[in-house]
Design a protein around this ligand. Structure first.
Ligand SMILES: [Zn+2]
Length: 287
């Protein structure tokens, strides 16, 4: 998860160009020319309500224009060449799940349900394959207004929201690990939980974190790369190295909710794990 700035796109100008394109008679001409004001109203309402799915009114437009906008997303006319700029706007980390190198885009309000927003730049964020795994999840229990978080509008994505709890059996022969919430009493906890369950966990973060623990068992310095590979370390020195690793990754990715920082935070806050890592480090020094 990461709060990012949207790519600057002049959506009404792109709509103007599309609306005048007589070559699009099979999809959006002349419907877009006639109904453009309603589409722009949907964009304005989206922005005014910070992309919050519970609050955005959706105006009615013709069925032909709805499927036309969807078709323009799937096969973009040249005037929609900004879409690739959105895909490339967060190269280090997926703003939706905190995973690695997003190579596609996600519709925050899914295009299957909200066709009117199919080509609206602020409804499109860079994402990894969590996009497919999330499917059309967008809102949960109306009583709590649970919903997907929005990387352009939800400033809380800049805060540390997630950690992990590591437990073990037989002196770390078997691990268990689960994602936990840093502040279970957070005022936005319903949205944080909904987003985490439907995006972050579905993206496979827990499996990745467990895999890192297995690598730590072999040689901690391969994962906590701030640990000196050849030097004996005290528990206090290992804690410093893990904090340093956490801070570096937060700075590199621009978010405390990247997966390696979630791991470091969980290690520092799970009973006995730092002591175990210290023992493993000193037992596996590179000579
Ligand atoms: Zn992702």
């Amino acid at each position: 998860m990461k709060k990012i700035n949207p790519v600057r796109i002049n959506d009404p100008l792109h709509l103007d160009t599309l609306a005048e394109n007589t070559l699009l008679a099979a999809t959006s001409f002349p419907e877009l020319k006639r109904e453009k004001a309603n589409v722009i109203k949907a964009y304005d309402d989206y922005d005014a309500n910070a992309g919050n799915v519970w609050n955005i009114p959706i105006p009615t437009i013709s069925g032909k224009l709805l499927s036309g906008l969807l078709s323009h997303y799937d096969s973009p006319p040249e005037s929609l060449n900004f879409l690739d700029r959105i895909t490339k706007s967060s190269p280090e980390v997926c703003p939706m799940c905190g995973g690695f190198k997003p190579s596609t885009r996600d519709h925050i309000l899914p295009k299957a349900q909200y066709q009117i927003l199919a080509i609206f730049s602020k409804n499109l964020v860079p994402a990894c394959d969590c996009n497919m795994k999330r499917n059309d999840a967008v809102k949960g229990d109306p009583a709590t207004q649970a919903r997907i978080l929005h990387p352009y509008y939800d400033g809380i994505m800049s805060d540390r929201l997630l950690s992990c709890e590591i437990t073990h059996k037989d002196n770390f022969r078997i691990f268990n690990l689960k994602i936990i919430y840093v502040n279970p009493a957070h005022p936005e906890i319903a949205a944080i939980k909904y987003h985490t369950k439907n995006v972050v966990i579905k993206s496979g973060v827990e499996g990745w974190l467990k895999g890192q623990l297995s690598k730590i068992k072999e040689r901690p310095s391969n994962v906590i790369q701030t640990l000196p590979r050849k030097r004996h370390q005290s528990v206090a020195q290992v804690i410093d190295c893990i904090n340093d690793c956490l801070d570096r990754n937060e700075e590199l990715t621009g978010t405390p909710n990247n997966w390696l920082s979630i791991l470091c935070h969980g290690i520092l806050n799970s009973a006995g794990v730092v002591d175990w890592i210290t023992d493993r480090h000193n037992a596996t020094l590179v000579t």
